[in-house]
Design a protein. Structure first.
Length: 158
């Protein structure tokens, strides 16, 4: 049986990405028309590392920055989300294995609307602690946990 890749190995595996192409055929029903970039995992991680303490960003902000970088109309929402998840787990793995102090601050990358990503390492409880330590207030709305006033501390990439 083949051994599983570590999160850091998954992050380093570019899979011949990034790739940019036209959205055609059945894909236009879901994504519309234009050009789409499928980013490399390391690109997503590099953007997540840019978000400073006290600020937050969203997957949509990452996608906008990736699209701009590659001169595309938009970045793939599915792979961008998956690669942010891989970056988060790789950071947690690095912190656990090596005691690294400066890791990708994955807790600062939120879902659309300022929602915490419960699939990140430690789930909502760990994310709440990390965000509270940086001065953010997390509120529960229904079954969702949101950073209160996230739009006032939103980090927008240049």
């Amino acid at each position: 049986m083949k051994p599983r890749k570590s999160w850091r190995e998954k992050l380093a595996d570019s899979k011949d990405l990034p790739k940019t192409g036209r959205v055609m055929g059945r894909m236009t029903k879901r994504w519309g028309t234009g050009t789409m970039v499928v980013p490399a995992p390391r690109e997503v991680d590099a953007l997540m590392k840019q978000v400073p303490r006290g600020k937050v960003t969203t997957i949509n902000e990452l996608r906008a920055a990736l699209a701009k970088k590659h001169k595309a109309d938009f970045a793939c929402p599915i792979t961008t989300g998956i690669f942010s998840w891989i970056a988060a787990h790789a950071a947690a793995e690095e912190a656990a294995a090596e005691g690294a102090r400066r890791i990708t601050p994955y807790w600062r990358t939120l879902k659309t609307g300022g929602e915490l990503n419960e699939k990140y390492p430690g789930g909502v409880p760990a994310l709440r602690r990390k965000l509270a330590a940086e001065g953010h207030r997390v509120v529960k709305k229904g079954n969702r946990y949101l950073v209160e006033g996230f739009d006032k501390v939103l980090w927008v990439f240049n």
